[in-house]
Design a protein around this ligand. Structure first.
Ligand code: NAD
Ligand code: IPM
Ligand code: MN
Length: 349
């Protein structure tokens, strides 16, 4: 398999190095051939060359690679975040990666931030629509910089976009033996765009009578994720709400550094990345938690059919967490690269 590796900015570089280390270890053990091709696209590259990604960048990713592993993008020296928009959001749009799959699974009771809750309460998945919503940058600014400024940012919801993510959530639930799918929107206030979510959800739910279809307004979902996360199995929501609630999901797993994700178009070149960002204050200090990145690499392998390798990585991560072989954010005393070394060693053992 051929993988494009984009470490990106800040701790993206630190954690991706560890994910690569673990990928090399696991493929060495199983004998699977893997070609990890580093791509320099980042704030540094943009500031040096003026290029965010080359004109053939998306075509190259789509045609020459089986998957993309990304660290994070975001750097204070690029205040308008242009490179992240082109590289990350650009890949989501141009490769049509409409499923943002964000599993929320607590690996050890000790890491749960909620009182009297544990692993049985934190085990669900979020499907975030990943190609439309407010992320499409439809809109504009009029009289920018003056006291008469008008700023418009439209939310785009299409039948195609809503239908395919809602359908994906139900298909996933059915395939994985889940009994519940919860859709979250803001249809009480956003009576145009989210009426479409309501209509589609009801239509698709009717095709899955064995699955209990529930609805929550997004504000209530945020509250129940903290108060009683055990009620959730599969959550589906739009791009912005999914972004926000999966940071809550990160916290439920012990911290943002633990959370993995896949930006997926089933059957096509997809992109895998930790949920967290580039955390500039932590960059280059060997303190960032690499587990979200390592679990994203496992998710990538699983999606590509390398299920044995994925399971080996997941087991190694779980063992490391149980034995406190972790970074400080989740209670350990190790550095980023020592955590990666430990997980790689467990994968080899
Ligand atoms: P962030 O996720 O980078 O960091 C928020 C806080 O979470 C950090 O200060 C740190 O306390 C903690 N944290 C995050 N990841 C961690 C890890 N691996 N180990 C330990 N602690 C960790 O979010 P932010 O500070 O809002 O954003 C920083 C930059 O990252 C911005 O430029 C933002 O746009 C970008 N960003 C990029 C992505 C991405 O590329 N996918 C995702 C989110 C944010
Ligand atoms: C994420 C990030 C991105 C998003 C940013 C960097 C644009 O927060 O992947 O969760 O909002 O989608
Ligand atoms: Mn986010």
């Amino acid at each position: 398999m051929r993988i494009a590796v984009i470490p990106g900015d800040g701790i993206g570089k630190d954690v991706t190095a560890e994910a690569v280390k673990v990928l090399k270890a696991v493929t060495q053990v199983t004998g699977r051939s893997i070609d990890l091709e580093p791509l320099p696209w980042s704030a540094d590259y943009f500031l040096e060359t003026g290029i965010t990604l080359p004109p053939n960048g998306y075509t190259m990713l789509r045609n020459e690679f089986d998957a993309i592993l990304l660290g994070a993008l975001g750097d204070p020296r690029v205040p308008d975040n242009r490179h992240a928009r082109d590289i990350l959001l650009g890949a989501r749009f141009e490769l049509d990666l409409y499923v943002n799959y964000r599993p929320v699974r607590l690996l050890d009771d000790r890491l749960c931030p909620l009182k009297n809750r544990g692993r049985k309460d934190v085990n669900f998945v979020v499907f975030r629509e990943n190609t439309e919503g407010v992320y499409v940058s439809v809109g504009g600014r009029f009289k920018a910089g003056t006291e008469d400024e008008v700023a418009v940012q439209e939310e785009i919801n299409t039948f195609k976009g809503v239908n395919r993510i809602v359908r994906h959530a139900f298909e996933y639930a059915a395939a994985h033996g889940h009994k519940k799918v919860c859709m979250a929107d803001k249809s009480n206030a956003m009576q145009q765009g989210h009426a479409l979510w309501q209509r589609v959800f009801k239509t698709v739910a009717a095709e899955y009578p064995a699955i209990q279809a529930t609805h929550m307004y997004i504000d209530a979902l945020a509250m129940f994720l903290v108060k009683d996360p055990g009620q959730f199995e599969v959550v589906v929501t739009n791009n912005l709400f999914g972004d926000i609630v999966t940071d809550i999901g990160g916290a439920l797993q012990g911290g943002l550094g633990m959370a993995a994700s896949g930006n997926i178009h089933p059957g096509k070149t997809s992109l895998f990345e930790p949920v967290h960002g580039s955390a500039p204050p932590l960059a280059g200090k060997n303190v960032a938690n690499p587990i979200g990145a390592i679990l994203s690499a496992a998710l990538m392998l699983d999606t590509l059919g390398a299920t044995d390798e994925a399971a080996r990585i997941e087991a190694a991560v779980e063992a490391a967490v149980h034995q406190d072989q972790t970074t400080a954010d989740v209670g350990g005393t190790l550095g980023t690269s020592q955590v990666g070394d430990g997980i790689a060693a467990r994968v080899r053992a």
